[in-house]
Design a protein around this ligand. Sequence first.
Ligand SMILES: NC(=O)c1ccc[n+]([C@@H]2O[C@H](COP(=O)([O-])OP(=O)(O)OC[C@H]3O[C@@H](n4cnc5c(N)ncnc54)[C@H](O)[C@@H]3O)[C@@H](O)[C@H]2O)c1
Length: 263
Amino acid sequence: MERQILKDRVAIVTGASRGLGEGIAKAFAREGATVALFSRDIQRLQQHEKDIKDLGQKAVAFKVDVADVGQVNQTVEEVLKLFGRVDILVNNAGIAPSMPFVEMPDEVRDSVIDVNLKGVWNCTKAVLPSMIKHKYGKIINVSSVTGPMTSSKGMTVYSASKGAVSGFTRSLALEMAEHGINVNAICPGSFDTPMMRSVAKSRGWDSEDDYIRELGKEIPLGRLGTIEEMADLTVFLASDSSKYITGVEIVIDGGNIIQEHKG
Ligand SMILES: NC(=O)c1ccc[n+]([C@@H]2O[C@H](COP(=O)([O-])OP(=O)(O)OC[C@H]3O[C@@H](n4cnc5c(N)ncnc54)[C@H](O)[C@@H]3O)[C@@H](O)[C@H]2O)c1
């Protein structure tokens, strides 16, 4: 068997029930990590746990809402009891409702901030004592190009939340450098996931496949990113191959944000 670059590492991946988080969790397990799968959808998580174990790899599913600090603290404690340490945290759970700013109820604003910003905050705070104790850690925040670099109509609160994650990443990277902990963000462009497909109807498309295909035509590389491509980058940031990288945002978007004119 080829060398597994996350062998014996313990990782938490949030939002692991589907989309990018599911792909990242499965890639980590293939690379030898023991993976704690966090999400609210325990049924899907248990199926992923089984799939991973059937391949001889290691995973445990945990039902947890990252916006709930009590649940996060309790679940991270369980992970620590089971495995003794957490080496890698991928803050991937996120939501992306699209709505004009003037129509957006404060409750929608709060729900996005609660998951996309406070969720990152809660999980990071819960794992850091173990990482500091072991003088080792990799924190990877799944941000977005939307907010830190670009935006679209309807995305005010999503953009605000992801922009906040950028600032959080930089500041924490400086604080954690002396503890041997790398803190980085990934800024995906458009990836073919359930989240991306869910906006097809609201953007006037009957077919999700047609929407995804058309969207891809505007991207220099001619298509959306795949979950595997996102997982490859996340594995790299979680591994010791990236040990001199901290405090950065890595864009993975098929060249989309560098265009002056689309198409
Ligand atoms: N798909 C894209 O093109 C794209 C682009 C840029 C950024 N992102 C970011 O990537 C991340 C994953 O996106 P995706 O496309 O895979 O989305 P998705 O909707 O397909 O999956 C999101 C996951 O997060 C989980 N989740 C949501 N709220 C949660 C909560 N409160 N507690 C625990 N889990 C929760 C969901 O259950 C699901 O497992 C998000 O942070 C998103 O903002 C995605």
